[in-house]
Design a protein around this ligand. Structure first.
Ligand SMILES: Nc1nc2c(ncn2[C@@H]2O[C@H](COP(=O)(O)OP(=O)(O)OP(=O)(O)O)[C@@H](O)[C@H]2O)c(=O)[nH]1
Ligand SMILES: [Mg+2]
Ligand SMILES: [Zn+2]
Length: 299
């Protein structure tokens, strides 16, 4: 038996700076601190810990199945580990940035985590513009689910539940798209704070500031949703420029047709991607985003 196997196993369900909430296999929640200075756990981590008074000390993080993160210019922002899928939320108001959405998809693809897009606030008149902006994504095979989480909650629940059952799903998206609304709709015990709460209490909007794991089924603990703060920027500094096309399926599928094996799809003769763009097989917005991101990446 290894030394760590003697320690208790727990699941990190929240992190607040230097301490974490670890849930035991019987559902008890304990405040834990990591051993040593480095706090390198994230929500979704399985950890080995031991009690120290009323609190606990995290001794060891179990190997991760995957880790979703972004890499801005100066720092790595880890979202969560051991995920079964990512729901990327966009809304008609505030109108989502297609570049941010594309980046979230690329990060999930590079972490090898399946994604779906939820387009929320379908009750608003601006939904048509949002829907056409997402048409290229549906065309290359992303599941795009149009919902009105607040205006038509029963329909939203019926559409989502079969897709979430038995999985740990990370809810990712810009601020104000309805991530916490989604969590509150589906996780009975959740009190994820949403826009209105604080509008009533103070002048600011209430925005989620920490990542938090919620069970949809507290007794069985098979199905979870993870709420997260909205992002503003989404850097992909961890991706090598030459790998980018392969992480954008609509572009990557034409890269094999290029004359040069190291084609950058910018100006080379015999480029399969440029030919597909010309033919309308790649959406102009997608190609523009490919060029924009590529310019930021290390060669
Ligand atoms: N019209 C409309 N508004 C909605 C819908 N769903 C959510 N909203 C509203 O959108 C606002 C933001 O919702 P939140 O759930 O707090 O958004 P969030 O993505 O958690 O935002 P952050 O925590 O800031 O990242 C709230 O005022 C919600 O009531 C919808 O289906 N239709
Ligand atoms: Mg929120
Ligand atoms: Zn090319």
């Amino acid at each position: 038996m290894t030394k760590t196997a003697a320690l208790d196993l727990g699941l990190v369900v929240a992190g607040h700076g230097r301490h974490y909430i670890v849930e035991t296999p019987d559902g008890e929640q304990i405040i834990c601190h990591p051993r040593g200075k480095k706090s390198d756990c994230v929500v979704g981590d399985r950890v080995r810990w031991q009690a120290s008074g009323d609190e606990g000390v995290i001794e060891h993080v179990e190997p991760r199945r995957n880790l979703l993160f972004r890499q801005d210019e100066w720092k790595t922002k880890s979202f969560a580990a051991n995920l079964d899928q990512v729901l990327v939320l966009g809304a008609a108001e505030p109108m989502f940035s297609e570049s941010q959405l594309a980046r979230a998809l690329i990060a999930a693809e590079s972490a090898d985590i399946p994604v779906r897009i939820v387009l929320n606030k379908a009750d608003l008149p601006t939904i048509d513009a949002a829907r056409s902006r997402l048409a290229p994504y549906a065309a290359f095979g992303v599941d795009v689910i149009e919902l009105a989480l607040k205006a038509r909650p029963d329909e939203a629940r019926d559409r989502l539940m079969p897709l979430l059952q038995g999985k740990a799903t990370f809810v990712l998206g810009p601020s104000g798209t309805g991530k916490s609304t989604l969590i509150n709709l589906l996780a009975p015990a959740a009190r994820a704070q949403i826009g209105e709460i604080s509008q009533a209490l103070n002048s600011g909007r209430h925005t989620t500031t920490t990542t938090q794991w919620y069970w949809l089924d507290r007794a069985e603990r098979n199905t979870a949703l993870i709420d997260s703060p909205g992002f503003q920027e989404f850097g992909l500094g961890h991706i090598a420029a030459g790998d980018l096309a392969a992480l954008m399926p609509d572009i990557g599928r034409h890269a094999g047709e290029c004359r040069f094996y190291n084609c950058t799809h910018a100006h080379e003769p015999g480029c399969g991607v440029l030919a597909a763009l010309e033919q309308g097989e790649i959406a102009e917005s997608r190609y523009r985003i490919y060029r924009e991101i590529r310019a930021e990446l290390r060669p």
